[in-house]
Design a binder for this molecule. Structure first.
Ligand SMILES: [Zn+2]
Length: 264
């Protein structure tokens, strides 16, 4: 079975990336499988789950409706591997996209024992930290959560992305860096690079995504209604000032380093 795992911080655009990839005839997005398995383990019933991105209730979804009732809810690793196995049986030719993002989930599901005959590919998704900071800030405002300082968040971004980078390097895992801004502003180039990495030769896309995403962000259910993408540019007009730029030197350095890696 062929699996593509998206690794990255929340707010890096993984739901968007998954939706685009799922428009490829050979790719099917399965949302954040790690989160789904977490919910199963906590006893959430399919009736209490949000709508699937295909527009159906989970029990009526052509993918999860059949598969979820067969997934054990006591052992996360076993559950995860069972999802992959059943998915591959259902669609033998397809590559599945897991937008789980978490490094912890990745370690849990793949470091110890990768299921047999799995071709695992990793997309390391990074969003420019200035745009990321803005997105985190706006989401926390919207959800009435405490706003944490930009320095705290900026270093959370740095540490998390460094952790992912060194983990992939240390374990010699095959990966492709994708910069969210490239995906937005140099869409075709970025997308072709990803499809090439995934071994796809056909670069055509369908109009509609084949994705069965239950726990993605708000965008997941807008696929058919709203195809446009909104990119918040306002961070570009803001000058952070001398001290702020000095404080974020490591973040700029990491961004430059990753950009270079993508373009060489
Ligand atoms: Zn579905």
């Amino acid at each position: 079975m062929k699996l593509t795992y998206i690794l990255g911080l929340g707010h890096s655009g993984s739901t968007f990336l998954q939706l685009i990839l799922s428009r490829h005839p050979n790719l099917v997005g399965l949302g954040e499988i790690a989160m789904l398995i977490d919910k199963l383990k906590k006893g959430t019933s399919t009736a209490d789950m949000p709508l699937c991105s295909c527009g159906e209730k989970v029990e009526n979804c052509e993918f999860w409706g059949e598969i979820l009732p067969q997934i054990p809810n006591n052992d996360s690793v076993n559950s995860y591997h069972q999802v992959l196995k059943l998915a591959a049986e259902k669609y033998p030719q397809k590559t599945f996209v897991d937008a789980s993002k978490t490094l912890k989930g990745f370690k849990t599901y793949f470091t110890e024992n990768i299921p047999e005959n799995t071709r695992l590919k990793v997309i390391f998704l990074v969003r420019d930290f200035r745009s990321w900071l803005l997105s985190v800030h706006k989401t926390r405002l919207r959800k009435n959560r405490n706003i944490r300082g930009a320095i705290f968040e900026g270093y959370r971004w740095l540490i998390h992305n460094l952790k992912i980078y060194f983990f992939l390097k240390k374990h010699k895992i095959s990966y492709q860096i994708v910069i969210y801004e490239d995906l937005v502003f140099q869409h075709e180039k970025s997308l072709n690079a990803i499809l090439g990495y995934l071994g796809e030769t056909d670069f055509s896309l369908n109009l509609v995504s084949e994705a069965h995403d239950i726990y993605g962000n708000r965008m997941k259910n807008q696929a058919s209604k709203k195809t446009g993408l909104y990119y918040d540019h306002s961070w570009m007009q803001k000058s952070r000032g001398f001290w702020m730029n000095l404080i974020f030197v490591p973040q700029y350095k990491l961004m430059n380093f990753l950009y270079k890696k993508v373009n060489t």
